[in-house]
Design a protein around this ligand. Structure first.
Ligand code: FAD
Length: 433
């Protein structure tokens, strides 16, 4: 097996050298070595991106020794952690300190630097992405210099580097805004397509976080709304048995079997989708926030996700459904629908606009090309911006049209990494060189 592969098993690389640095000095040394030898160096995360964004070419740096919380500032309500900290470790350490992140995506396996470098986001809240929860970060630039950026120091580097795509430097520490530990009450319930579309605006207005899954070829939708609780007492987490049944068995195992049957007998997909949609029943539970936001994903899949302007989101979703209905594609995975508030990060999918995210999945071994290309065309018609860690076919020229600050990011990259020591084929494609 290649020394580096991604989670989906769709990307692999054989870097010339693998180093697990345990000091900033060692990272600087590797960057200087790459500059001197016209080579490249890349710090990887856990490979949860569906693209080759973290694929190393010459030297691969593993993050394993760059983990853990470094300091806590209870006045500023910030926590500084090493960049390679896995999110589930961060959540556990924050929990022990009585602290919590404001919002999270669907899983907690990724590293802090990996997740923030691609704009990993959840849904709802006052900020949805982890990147928008960053208060400051420290990175080693392509000159081997250590820079700490924040809203008051190197502001333009701060704006670009919160979603830096691994193209601007090697993050060593990230400071995040945190909150006192809080709990969420989740309510999951099935509804119809029409009900979702007619109540979506209301739902997102009334609840802190709304996540919806539409099962293609059916009228079936599952929605999950999460609301903050005032107290940490009296929580009603899912019993272990119920958690196992719903998350491990129904959502992963049965779903895995269904998707694998769907891969081999695609004609059965619409009926299987009705079975999956019906198997997930209504339930409510309450728990510490990260246990409600995230779950385990064992079924391997490939994913494409686009952000479109929030006000056009439902129309884009309707158009996606029309295109699927008019096609011969048989889609076994639900389409995930989330919304995020605007942020001020240079290359954020939510940069300066409230957004709706539509995410498309196929089993890891299935052919995604016509399905993803078909919906991608629809979403591009709505000024869609692809998630940086998920599959898409756009190149620098296309991306420049949907990101007003694209040129600003390129200029900062020229400044911080003129020799392109952090580059790889994915970055060459999306950034133009
Ligand atoms: C099952 C699954 C569920 C997911 N759910 C969500 C979700 O809910 N929401 C969402 O938005 N995304 C989601 N994603 C996407 C995922 O969060 C991103 O792709 C994320 O980047 C993965 O983090 P990683 O640690 O695996 O980083 P990698 O994929 O390994 O790397 C990502 C980028 O980070 C860079 N990087 C890593 N470490 C450093 C460093 N120290 N300094 C500088 N750059 C660095 C890499 O070079 C690369 O450019 C999901 C992915 C999977 C597989």
């Amino acid at each position: 097996m290649a020394p580096w592969t991604n989670w989906a098993g769709t990307e692999a690389a054989e870097p010339r050298k693998v180093v697990t640095p345990d000091s900033i000095g060692q990272i600087v040394q590797e960057v200087e070595h790459a500059v001197a030898h016209r080579g490249t160096v890349k710090m990887v995360g856990t490979g949860h991106s569906f693209t080759g964004i973290s694929a190393p070419v010459d030297t691969m740096l593993r993050p394993d020794h760059f983990t853990g919380i470094v300091s806590v500032d209870r006045d500023a309500m910030t926590v500084t952690a090493r960049s390679g900290t896995p999110l589930h470790v961060l959540n556990a350490e924050l929990g022990r300190l009585g602290l919590s992140l404001h919002n999270m995506g669907d899983i907690a396996e990724q590293t802090l630097a990996g997740a923030t470098s691609t704009g990993t986001h959840g849904t709802g809240g006052t900020v949805a992405s982890l990147s928008a929860q960053i208060a400051a970060f420290t990175m080693i630039t392509g000159h081997g210099e250590k820079v700490t950026a924040s809203p008051t120091s190197f502001r333009e580097i701060f704006d670009a580097g919160r979603i830096g795509l691994g193209a601007l430097g090697i993050l060593t520490e990230v400071t995040l805004f945190v909150e006192p530990l809080f709990a969420l009450e989740a309510h999951e319930r099935p509804m119809t397509w029409d009900e979702l579309l007619s109540t979506y605006d209301e739902l997102t207005h009334e609840h802190h976080h709304v996540d919806a899954y539409w099962f293609p070829h059916t009228e079936r939708v599952m929605t999950k709304t999460n609301d903050r609780l005032a107290e940490l007492d009296g929580l009603l987490p899912l019993s272990r048995w119920r958690q196992w049944l719903d998350d491990e068995f129904l959502s992963n195992t049965v779903f895995g079997v269904l998707t694998s049957v769907g891969t081999h007998a695609p004609r059965a997909v619409p009926r299987l989708n009705r079975i999956s949609g019906n198997a997930l029943s209504e339930r409510s539970y309450s728990d510490i926030s990260h246990r409600v936001f995230t779950s385990q994903r064992r079924v391997r899949f490939k994913e494409m996700e686009y952000a479109v302007p929030r006000e056009a989101g439902l129309e884009a979703l309707r158009e996606v459904r029309r295109v699927i209905g008019a096609s011969s594609w048989l889609i076994g995975f639900p389409i995930e629908i989330r919304s995020t508030p605007a942020d001020d990060i240079t290359l954020s999918t939510s940069s300066e606009r409230d957004s709706m995210y539509l995410a498309f999945h196929v089993p890891a071994k299935a052919d995604h090309t016509t399905y993803f290309a078909g919906v991608e065309q629809v979403l591009r018609g709505f000024d869609g911006r692809p998630h940086w860690g998920k599959m898409h076919t756009l190149e620098a020229d296309d991306l420049a049209k949907v990101y007003p600050r694209f040129g600003e990011f390129l200029a900062i990259r020229d400044r911080l990494d003129p020799e392109r020591v952090f580059t790889n084929p994915y970055l060459q494609r999306v950034l133009g060189d």
